[in-house]
Design a protein around this ligand. Structure first.
Ligand code: MF3
Ligand code: CO
Length: 288
């Protein structure tokens, strides 16, 4: 999500631990349903990653799947300058996030971020992943590895960190160590009954965040963690469609996101893969 105030202004995140809604174990299990549906939707999208496929075709396939599952899209109609028109955001190469699916056709060597979310029985799930089309450059390969590694590191660190800032500092340093940059004007978010709830979940730290934007990691916390990493500068530009962000220097960007819950027994990735047969959904009719 965008920091309130927009991407061009620097704004200070304000989080107050006492204001966060904590979810019961029962509520978290309900969120798993939405999370699993999102996981399967991203597998469907992944099965369509080949040259010649238009991004709108991928979106249509995911929309049909959501409809058949009785899942409501969190993205379609999302308010903005113009309501968001699709159930996925598909952002290719130098596009960062919120790319609108359309007639653009995928080509060998593209990296393609697909972000989607749905609501089932009143509970939300939100996840994103950057796929590759055929063979990609070494730079893109490293960008994908570092960005997904940053999400993995965050999930792992949540289990033994007391405050979010301790996680964010690890994320930022992994990205920088690899010569890439963390986007600061877009952040993760709390999630539950709505897609965007408190707290804001930055992928970096600053004195302002340490002072006003930090929050405690405790059982019942449910957040969407979403590192957005640029190969070049952290600066991003909003396109005229009012949604798509691209890197200002037009170098590639990657995005990985999971909805994650902290529970008494540890960290649960609500948008992670099925753990047993009962969690599997038959998606064979939607693949390819
Ligand atoms: N997952 C994104 C986010 O966290 C995408 C939502 S943008 C929408 O902000 F407009 F498509 F909803
Ligand atoms: Co999100």
């Amino acid at each position: 999500m965008l920091f309130p105030g927009g991407c061009s202004q620097s704004s200070i995140p304000i989080n107050k631990t006492e204001m966060l809604t904590l979810r019961s174990e029962r509520e978290i299990l309900k969120m798993r349903r939405a999370g699993l549906t999102v996981w399967h939707a991203l597998r469907i999208a992944g099965s369509m990653m080949r040259p010649g496929v238009a991004t709108a075709e991928i979106d249509r396939r995911v929309e049909r799947f959501f409809d058949d599952q009785g899942a409501t899209s969190l993205f379609k109609g999302y308010p903005g300058k113009v309501p968001y028109p699709a159930v996925t955001c598909i952002s290719v190469n130098e596009e960062v996030v919120h790319g609108i699916p359309g007639s653009r056709v995928l080509a060998e060597g593209d990296i393609v971020s697909v972000d989607t979310g749905c609501k089932i029985d009143g509970w939300c799930g939100d996840s994103a992943l950057t796929f590759s089309v055929g063979r990609i450059s070494e730079l893109c390969r490293k960008l994908l590895d570092v960005t997904s590694g940053t999400l993995d590191l965050a999930i792992e660190s949540m289990g033994h960190c007391g405050y979010w800032s301790e996680v964010a500092v690890k994320m930022e340093s992994l990205v920088k160590k690899n010569g890439f940059s963390v986007i600061e004007s877009l952040v993760g978010h709390g999630i539950g009954r709505e897609m965007h709830e408190d707290p804001q979940v930055p992928n970096y730290v600053s004195t302002e965040i340490l002072r006003y934007g930090d929050f405690k990691i405790q059982p019942g916390l449910v957040i969407a963690i979403e590192p957005m990493v640029n190969a070049g500068s952290k600066k991003i530009t909003l396109l005229k469609d009012h949604w798509t962000f691209r890197t200002s220097d037009r170098k590639p960007s990657a995005h990985f996101e999971h909805t994650v819950a902290m529970t008494r027994s540890g960290v649960m990735v609500l948008t992670g893969p099925p753990k047993d047969e009962s969690e599997k959904i038959d998606i064979s009719a939607y693949l390819g």
